[in-house]
Design a protein around this ligand. Structure first.
Ligand SMILES: NC(=O)c1ccc[n+]([C@@H]2O[C@H](COP(=O)([O-])OP(=O)(O)OC[C@H]3O[C@@H](n4cnc5c(N)ncnc54)[C@H](OP(=O)(O)O)[C@@H]3O)[C@@H](O)[C@H]2O)c1
Length: 278
């Protein structure tokens, strides 16, 4: 039995679907099971990751857990992490944690804090360290619906955006096979392309010619603070994109090596999600 947290989210929903396709017994956690929209045949249980005691009864019979940490601060890990990870360790054998590439750069943010707790828990573990998710580009959907020019900072920042199905495919291998125990693979899309090219490829997917216009730094800070609601996060996103202008985000072959299938291109993700931009 595999327990999937974040099962209604971008990656977790794919993990559930791929496990079902492999006839693996799946139990999915959602705060509101009735509105989860998960496939028939999946056992959906109510659970909140801030409530380890409440989660424990759902861990009986579970062999492995796909873990997403939904609280994006180090403080949240300090406050809630030990109880959750200790509860998992008391009931299950393995955890596959959806981390992120910044975990590798000290201090590594909340992702590294969760990883560190897992590593001393006695659990078998795999930390998945994906690059940026392709779905992040949905942040441009409103602008694209309104016109042909997307105003955005750092058009030349190149990212190796990864398709959610590829993250899930690696997660499934880590959950059901033993080869990735103790590994922390950096998983990425198969190429790094600039934000301007991402926008152009979304245009191709929806049959329009789209372009990107650089947004001055001051305006970009205000825009991102408004969108993310967090000035520190906004500034760190801008710093990261500035870095990707001179040094594109890392590209790895981990998806192909683990799954046997080449990683999906961003243009294929855009074609599949074209309606989300219309
Ligand atoms: N976006 C990126 O570029 C990127 C890159 C690397 C890593 N990541 C990491 O990926 C994770 C996000 O994954 P995602 O995009 O697949 O998620 P998502 O689509 O944002 O969905 C969030 C999920 O978390 C669940 N959730 C929220 N609060 C919860 C709580 N208190 N208790 C239990 N479940 C809760 C939600 O479930 P319910 O609402 O149904 O309960 C939902 O399934 C984050 O940890 C992020 O740091 C993101």
């Amino acid at each position: 039995m595999i327990l999937v947290t974040g099962a209604t989210g971008t990656v977790g929903r794919q993990v559930v679907e791929q496990l079902v396709a492999e006839d693996q017994p799946v139990r999915a956690v959602a705060r509101d099971p009735d509105s989860s929209g998960l496939p028939d045949g999946v056992e959906v249980v109510a659970g909140d990751l801030s409530d380890a005691v409440g989660l424990a009864p759902n861990l009986h019979g579970v062999d492995a857990v796909f873990l997403l940490w939904p609280f994006p601060t180090v403080e949240s890990v300090r406050k809630l992490g030990p109880a959750l990870i200790n509860t998992l360790a008391a009931h299950v054998g393995r955890v596959v944690y959806l981390s992120a590439t910044p975990a590798a750069q000290p201090p590594g943010g909340f992702w590294r804090a969760v990883e560190a707790l897992i590593e001393v828990s006695g659990l078998e573990w795999t930390h998945l360290r994906p690059t940026g998710f392709a779905k992040n580009t949905l942040i441009w959907a409103d602008q694209i619906r309104a016109g042909d020019v997307v105003r955005w900072p750092y058009p030349d920042a190149a990212r190796s955006l990864i398709h959610e199905r590829d993250i899930a495919a690696v997660a499934v291998q880590a959950l059901v096979r033993d080869e990735l125990i103790g590994a922390m693979p950096v998983i990425s899309g198969p190429e790094a392309i600039t934000q301007a090219d991402q926008i152009a490829q979304i245009g191709t997917a929806i049959g329009r010619e789209l372009s990107c216009e650089d947004m001055p730094q001051g305006e970009a800070v205000a825009e991102l603070v408004a969108r993310f609601g967090n000035a520190d996060f906004a500034r760190s996103a801008l710093d990261v994109w500035a870095g990707f202008v001179t040094e594109p985000e890392v590209v790895t072959t981990a998806v192909a090596e683990v799954t046997g299938e080449p990683g999906r291109l961003f243009r294929d993700w855009a074609a599949e999600h074209a309606d989300d931009f219309r």
